[in-house]
Design a protein around this ligand. Structure first.
Ligand code: CTP
Length: 408
């Protein structure tokens, strides 16, 4: 398991709302990821979840009251955020958003937010009824917070505890965790649009059978997450996988290479980076049956005829010659002579960066080792879990885009 928050000191603030029950799970997840969590609750939050629960999960005293006599110097509002890496308010009610927007300091949590040191980010996960969220007053307050540099996580749309449906649900603990981890990453792709292919493709033989490969999609999904963490707007065109979509990533599901090609070409305009991670089938079955093929007693097995699939990466690279965008990154799996074959494949594909998998048993694994080929040679990124490698790759892409912009 990754320990992305190892050693991070997080002040987790709860204001009043039903979503307090999700804060318990969030607290547990933060601790599991190595964070040191300090819980502070408003009086309203204590009506929704007990301090004992939050204390047991965080392993630290939960503070609720500015006048708590257990704090010897009465400086809880100052002390709790000194040395903190972030203050995360989850759930953040409409009223607490109002207080933050106006600099209120009439309880411990709002006072510590106001008194937090300049460099400590304030992260807010709204949770409220859809009408409260959409009310212009709340939207004004949210806009004020954004202007003040506060990060707003969510809210999500869906069914609400009150029975109404719409925007206002707090993000799930897992999504908040992803947002929090992302907030600590370098924004090397801020403002960039990134299109990624991932997973296998599936080439139909008949309505229930097909040809596919063992790609799990893990590397492509990790790259999508890392690109989003780096500030990019990410579209992921994915073959069939069992993976959850990384938070904040737009995902388009496809089956065949032809569908993947069409989805990519329909979305490629305006993209700054294209990363072809998918294991695209080289061939499709041209005589696929519309009905399920039946065994014939004593008969011959079906004869399949193949045609070559379009090379998606090459098609995207061809569009680059017109505008200079997108910056194209390909992947290669070689079972031998990686350095020679990788460099040659990059030239043949006409792309600035090619990523070679070291060893060809990477499908489905949680870790990998890769080599980057560009026009100045090759660089090895040693074995690590796929998210770590994905972040390194995104940082390398960011550096190359930066160099490019300096040259042009
Ligand atoms: N690719 C693609 N469309 C295809 C085939 C491949 O976009 N029809 C992309 C893959 O996503 C990957 C790279 O091209 O980024 C892989 O190139 P490819 O030439 O297929 O390499 P290998 O699979 O390594 O094949 P071979 O060794 O047979 O050339």
């Amino acid at each position: 398991m990754s320990m992305d928050l190892q050693g991070k000191k997080i002040v987790l603030g709860l204001s009043g709302g039903v979503a307090c029950y999700k804060a318990a799970e969030l607290c547990r997840a933060l601790v599991k990821q190595g964070a040191k969590v300090q819980v502070v609750m408003t009086e309203a939050a204590t009506h929704f979840i007990g301090t004992v629960t939050m204390q047991a999960l965080s392993g630290a005293t939960v503070w609720t009251d500015q006048w708590d006599p257990r704090m010897p110097n009465n400086m809880a509002h100052i002390d709790l955020t000194r040395g903190a890496d972030a203050v995360l308010i989850a759930p953040c009610s409409a009223d607490f958003i109002r207080k933050l927007a106006h600099g209120a300091c009439d309880d411990l949590l709002s006072t510590l937010c106001l008194a937090r040191p300049h460099g400590v980010p304030l992260l807010v996960a709204p949770a409220m009824n859809v009408e409260m969220w959409q009310n212009p007053a709340t939207q004004r307050n949210v806009a004020t917070l954004q202007d003040d540099g506060v990060c707003i996580f969510g809210p999500a749309a869906g069914e609400q505890a009150c029975g109404e449906v719409g925007l206002g649900r707090m993000l799930e603990p897992e999504q908040l965790l992803e947002e929090l981890v992302a907030s600590f990453q370098q924004k090397v792709l801020a403002g960039k649009r990134v299109l990624i292919t991932a997973g296998p493709t599936f080439e139909a033989i008949d309505p229930v059978r097909g040809i596919t490969n063992l790609s799990s999609g893990k590397m492509g999904y990790a790259i999508a997450r890392a690109a989003r963490e780096a500030g990019a707007e990410v579209t992921l065109v994915s073959g069939p996988t069992a993976l959850a979509t990384p938070h904040g990533v737009r995902r388009i599901d496809v089956l065949s290479a032809a569908q993947m090609h069409d989805a990519v070409m329909a979305g490629v305009e305006g993209q700054h980076v294209f990363i072809g991670v998918a294991a695209v089938a080289d061939w499709r079955v041209v005589n696929a049956s519309e009905q399920k093929l039946k065994k014939q007693e004593g008969g011959a097995p079906p004869q399949l005829e193949f045609a070559q699939n379009p090379d998606i990466l090459a098609a995207v690279a061809a569009t680059t010659s017109l505008s200079g965008w997108p910056y194209c990154v390909g992947f290669a799996a070689e079972s031998e002579n990686l350095v020679a074959y990788g460099a040659a494949k990059r030239e043949k594909k006409g792309i600035p960066l090619l990523v070679g998998n070291i060893g060809h048993h990477t499908f489905g694994q949680d870790d990998n080792a890769i080599v980057l080929f560009d026009d100045s040679g090759h660089t090895v990124l040693p074995r690590a879990d796929k998210l770590t490698l994905a972040r390194q790759l995104i940082s390398e892409i960011g550096k190359r885009l930066e160099q490019r912009s300096l040259l042009t």
